[in-house]
Write a protein that binds this ligand. Structure first.
Ligand code: TXA
Ligand code: MG
Length: 342
């Protein structure tokens, strides 16, 4: 069993940070909380340590990792920021870091190929989570950290969820409580453009297109044109899939339960008037944001609820759609991917 260290008092936090930094310095992996989802961390500049991330997650080597920086100054150590976007990158990182925004930039030679899956670019971010930042400060080096789940499954948003995914496969889990955002960081690519820089969203997340408008012309990568090998290599259709088949229902009347089958419902607002909750004998109903429906509240509970429903042993999870703006863009994207697998 993997030990779990708590962080809810000063002395516990101190001990947890010390132990995490000790293991990272020794070339080991540690599960750490971030403001988005839990990450599986290793010293990004140590290829043997990074290899342990791939091993624990059973992640294919073509899927590059995100590099987390202890401070903004370190950006220039891992990325070669092109002259024509230097000013805009500076503006974005000033406003948005630390926070759930990842930038894809040309990489420097010190970043091992195993981190970037051989790509000439590196994905970088700076986490806002206080526990993560303490560990990053103690290590004083960039940290490679993908989500702390087995490859292809749901991202963990609590230490218990990390246990579900990686117990016995890693030497330590730091428990920092529930993740503040609940969905993975927004990933963007920045290009020079006239009159405005062009910001392409490679993966939707907590930082929404509206949040990015202030920095340039925002483009969404249309899924049909995603070159999975180069643009967002980890964005496979099968990502974010629970083990239970999932169906994204666009209209309640589209659903006819098959006799003898057991269903669970992931409802957005739990509003009986729009017909989902009263539709059938659900084994279990979970409501992401009861009442008016708030997308950030739904996001906090999203992966937690999906994981819970996945554990019920039902035949199918039925997911109700939500508004496709703001953080709803990311959640609908994940639901569509989850639905594709089956
Ligand atoms: O919020 C997050 O971003 C979390 C926390 C732990 O930081 N991390 C995370 O990592 O979601 P991961 O590995 O589950 O997803 C990283 C995504 C993958 O889809 C990967 O393909 C993409 O980032 N990525 C990494 N490097 C890239 C690059 N150079 N170019 C394009 N996409 C890249
Ligand atoms: Mg992931």
């Amino acid at each position: 069993m993997t030990p779990i260290l708590q962080t809810d008092t000063g002395p516990l936090l101190h001990k947890a940070v010390e132990e995490a930094a000790r293991l990272l310095k020794a070339g080991e992996v540690v599960a750490l909380p971030t403001e988005t989802v839990y990450g599986l961390a290793a010293d990004a500049l140590n290829p043997a340590a990074v290899a342990k991330i791939f091993e624990a997650k059973e992640r294919p080597s073509f899927d590059p990792l995100i590099v987390h920086l202890p401070n903004k100054k370190m950006l220039d150590e891992v990325a070669e920021v092109p002259e024509d976007i230097r000013a805009i990158v500076q503006k974005i990182t000033e406003k948005m870091w630390p926070g759930p925004l990842t930038l894809v930039l040309p990489k420097k030679a010190c970043v091992p190929d195993i981190v970037t899956a051989g790509l000439p670019t590196v994905a970088v971010r700076m986490s806002k989570n206080a526990v993560f930042r303490r560990v990053a400060d103690a290590l004083g080096k960039p940290i490679a950290a993908p989500s702390a789940n087995r490859f292809g499954s749901i991202s963990p948003t609590s230490a218990n969820a990390v246990v579900d995914e990686l117990d016995g496969r890693i030497p330590l889990i730091i428990d920092g409580g529930a993740c503040l955002c609940g969905i993975e960081s927004t990933i963007i690519k920045v290009e020079a453009g006239s009159p405005k820089p062009i910001i392409t969203i490679l993966r939707p997340g907590p930082i929404t297109p509206d949040d990015l408008k202030a920095f340039g012309k925002v483009k969404h990568l249309v899924r049909s044109v995603i070159d999975e090998a180069t643009d967002a290599p980890g964005q496979l259709a099968s990502h974010y899939a629970p083990r239970t088949p999932l169906r994204l229902l666009s209209k309640p009347e589209d659903f006819t339960p098959e006799p003898g089958k057991r269903y669970a419902l992931m409802s957005y607002r739990g509003d009986a008037s729009d017909g989902y909750t009263g539709l059938t004998e659900w084994v279990h109903v979970q409501i992401l944001s009861p009442g008016k429906g708030k997308l950030p509240e739904a996001a906090v509970r999203f992966f937690y609820v999906l994981r819970e429903l996945d554990g019920l042993g039902v035949d199918e999870i039925i997911a109700e759609p939500m508004f496709e703006h703001g953080m709803g863009i990311a959640m609908m994207d994940k639901l569509r991917r989850a639905a594709v697998k089956h």
